[in-house]
Write a protein that binds this ligand. Structure first.
Ligand code: KIV
Length: 272
């Protein structure tokens, strides 16, 4: 197998599998709307995650818990319209899959049918296995998510690094195996020690995408608004900022206000 990404018209779960087999790192970013999805897709991203982090960065909530299935579908529809090449994965929001496999299946079907996305992601291991299995029976690809799972923030009580202790690390290793055996096509590992993440990535055949999980995994994911520097308040160690959109946008808006006040905008060429 050899991945020629130039010839890929649409990234599929099989392409990601090939990338892992060939040692080609997978680049994944979040997006929540048409315009930014279009930019991200045209720049060549492999996977777009319509993350429930939309609850934070789009809606301004403190946690990911409040976002609803209807809201996730709304975001996903825009992203699907804006993308031609990336695989589009949509988060199942809190309360739509835990402890209820029939509800999980219905939620996943709604996402696929109403948005046109290609896969769903959900958080957790053994405790959500029956939901994962039931979604998979409908032919819907599932991405798992272990480590720091933000929908469980009130159980954790803090956003610190997970699985530093032996017991939690062992549970994570076992959950990763379980999700692979169940048929998940990929896994996200969030905020765990790099050594553990690398070990997990080497122990499973499916691609493992990390966020705050070091370089020894098969790919990386970041929240788009964080890596573009829109949000200045969020400064975890794992975050690399590739732009300062906070500065760019603030500067542009200040310039516009100044020009309007000074009656400099619009000028003669900018009117009819
Ligand atoms: O919702 C999200 O953005 C995520 C990523 C942090 C992986 O789940």
């Amino acid at each position: 197998m050899s991945t020629n990404l130039k010839n890929v018209k649409r990234v599929t779960t099989h392409v990601l599998q090939e990338m892992k087999a060939d040692g080609v790192k997978i680049a994944m970013l979040t997006a929540y709307d048409y315009s930014l999805a279009r930019l991200v897709d045209r720049a060549g991203i492999d996977v777009i995650l319509v993350g429930d982090s939309a609850s934070n960065v789009m809606a301004g909530h403190e946690t990911t818990l409040p976002i609803t299935l209807d809201q996730m579908i709304y975001h996903a529809c825009g992203v699907v319209r804006g993308s031609e090449r990336a695989l589009i994965v949509v988060d199942l929001p809190f309360g739509t899959y835990q402890g209820n496999s029939k509800g999980a299946l219905n939620s996943a079907i709604r996402i696929m049918k109403e948005s046109g996305a290609h896969a769903v992601k959900l958080e957790g291991g053994k405790e959500v296995l029956t939901s994962i299995e039931r979604i998979l029976t409908a032919g819907i690809p599932v991405m798992g998510h272990l480590g720091l799972t933000p929908q469980s923030i009130y159980k954790f009580g803090t956003y610190v690094v997970r699985a530093k202790e032996q017991e939690e690390a062992d549970r994570l290793r076992a959950d990763a195996k379980l999700l692979e055996e169940a048929g998940c096509f990929a896994l996200v590992l969030e905020k765990i020690p790099a050594k553990l993440a690398a070990e997990v990535a080497a122990s499973v055949q499916i691609p493992v995408i990390g966020i705050g999980a070091g370089a020894g995994v098969d790919g990386q994911v970041l929240v788009l608004h964080d890596m573009l520097g829109i949000n200045q308040e969020f400064n975890p160690r794992f975050l690399r900022r590739y732009a300062d959109l906070h500065g760019v946008i603030t500067g542009a808006v200040s310039g516009y206000i100044k020009d309007v006040r000074a009656k400099d905008f619009p000028n003669n060429e900018e009117q009819y």
